[in-house]
Design a protein around this ligand. Structure first.
Ligand code: ADP
Length: 498
């Protein structure tokens, strides 16, 4: 292989003009750019000025020892390839030349072909070395780019105002930013590495991080979030995402944490405001309602039917407002934790019968029937506040009546299970579409459609029910088929006291 087309520069260093010309005659047709020197001084001068890549060097020079020229070239121009051409090629001289950095040795006299082979080999070595150097430079540049990119990413993550934690598939932290360290109460010098419990105190957050790191919740649209306290008055909100590699394997997770203290404080202030306003409005509204009732009964037959209708509507509206205020006050009591403070053993069957006897009149107007389905076994008492239970089942059965058309059937099933009692309130009513099921427990949420349009309500009943059940350490679930009916399942802890 010849790399001569690049016009590689070859320097011939020999004091014999015949040899110089002979070499040039061989090299010219090979496409090399040839320069010649007849002594060591000229040789050093030419290598400093000309772009020389290969040197053919005679060791016997008139002015300087060729070996010194060889050493000078190898020291100052390490990329030059030197081939020794000498008529005194003793083994010792050859070995010393090679040790000093010569690439090859051609003992004189040599054939043109031998020269061609040596030159081509040198040229190839030079070419390969150049390639290797370029590759090395490229690699260094890529590494430099990478480390620049990495430090840029680090800078961005470090500057984020939200806490960021990155874990590996074992659920060990591999990186977190200063905001995360601050939220977790870690010293600013803390670094990631090792098990989560070393830097996350909150058990729930540790569990969530583990789950994400191990690939749970992949592909779910609404992956779980987590709200927790840090210290007395800091509220934090965590969200996670599994990190997938190119093969779709989970390789860890990114968990972000936001400080929601300000939102919480605002929410509390809003609730306090609503509670205060509701409280202030309750008495005057009740007075207006009672006075309207008196006026209405006094004026029966003395005013026009239209006026009487107006007054009745006003009375109904004040009744609605009083109910709304009652619900708001109940909610604020539940939220501030001042209900269900002293739970005790309650026989639910009795309590349900009382509620039903009270609501039967309402159901009868719509030709509905209400039944309690008891299990064969004894129903143990639940541990709860009876007033809270009345509110829970009163609301659920009232809803069943409201949202079930004429002639419907309402069933209440009691099923004891280990430490819990399940109570299902089933109806054959209008049902609820799946997309509303989660939302109906939010404050003021009402399903708006043609069937619910004429049914009055505040949208506060189910949030109250849920709040009370949670205060009793129970839970509520709902299943529903639009057009066929709904089932609200309440699970309450059984009273185990002797
Ligand atoms: P309200 O009944 O005052 O509107 P709730 O909080 O009790 O408020 O209920 C919220 C919504 O859930 C209702 O507006 C209604 O659309 C739906 N809902 C509740 N119970 C039932 C039920 N048994 N059947 C059908 N829909 C219901």
């Amino acid at each position: 292989m010849s790399n001569a087309p690049d016009r590689v520069g070859v320097l011939i260093v020999d004091d014999e003009p015949g040899i110089r010309q002979g070499l040039q005659r061989v090299l010219d047709p090979m496409g090399y750019r040839v320069v010649s020197a007849e002594n060591g001084r000229q040789a050093l001068d030419l290598v400093s000025r000309e772009a020389v890549s290969i040197v053919l060097l005679d060791l016997q020079l008139p002015d300087v020892n060729g070996m010194e020229i060889l050493r000078a070239i190898c020291r100052d121009y390490p990329h030059m390839v030197v081939i020794i051409i000498t008529g005194f090629a003793t083994v010792q001289a050859a070995a010393e030349a090679m040790r000093s950095g010569a690439y090859d040795l051609l003992p004189k006299p040599f054939e043109p072909d031998q020269l061609r082979i040596a030159i081509n080999r040198a040229s190839e070595k030079m070419f390969l070395e150049k390639e290797a150097r370029l590759l090395q430079q490229e690699k260094l540049r890529t590494l430099a780019d990478l480390s620049l990119e990495k430090s840029r990413t680090h800078t961005i993550i470090d500057a984020l105002p939200i806490g960021v934690l990155v874990t590996n598939a074992n659920g060990e932290g591999v990186l977190f930013n200063p905001t995360f360290a601050r939220y977790m109460g870690l010293p600013p010098t803390a670094t990631a590495g090792g098990p989560l419990k070393d830097y996350i105190e909150d058990e729930g957050l540790r569990r969530l991080t583990q789950e994400f790191s191990q690939g749970c919740h992949i592909g779910t649209d609404d992956s779980p979030t987590y709200e927790f306290n840090f210290g007395e008055d800091k509220y934090l909100f965590a969200r996670g995402r599994p990190v997938m590699d190119e093969q779709g394997q989970c390789v860890g997770a990114v968990v972000t944490i936001v400080d929601i203290t300000a939102m919480k404080v605002l929410d509390r202030l809003k609730r306090e405001f609503v509670a205060k306003v509701s409280h202030e409005l309750r008495s005057p509204l009740s007075t207006i309602h009672e006075q309207l009732a008196v006026v209405l009964s006094d004026l029966v037959g003395q005013v026009s039917p239209a006026d009487e209708h107006l007054l009745s509507r006003a009375k109904e509206k004040t009744q609605g407002l009083i109910a709304l205020i009652g619900d708001l006050l109940d909610l604020s009591r539940i939220e501030s934790g001042i209900v269900c403070e002293a739970p005790r053993a309650v026989q639910l069957e009795e309590l349900l019968e009382n509620i039903i006897s009270f609501l039967n009149t309402k159901a009868a107007i719509k030709n509905q029937t209400i039944h309690i389905l008891r299990p064969a076994a004894h129903v143990p008492p639940v541990k709860a506040d009876p007033l809270a239970l009345e509110s829970i089942f009163g609301n659920l059965i009232t809803n069943a009546i409201h949202y079930t058309p004429e002639g419907g059937r309402i069933e209440i099933r009691l099923k004891p299970f280990d430490a819990h009692l399940e109570v299902e309130v089933r109806d054959t009513g209008i049902g609820i579409e799946a997309r509303h099921l989660e939302k109906i427990f939010e404050r003021f949420y009402r399903v708006k459609n043609e069937q619910t349009r004429r049914i009055d309500g505040t949208g506060l009943g189910l949030p109250i029910v849920k709040g009370l059940i949670e205060a009793l350490d129970g839970r509520i679930e709902v299943t529903s088929t639009p057009g066929a009916g709904s089932t609200f399942k309440v699970v309450l802890p059984i009273d185990r006291a002797p």
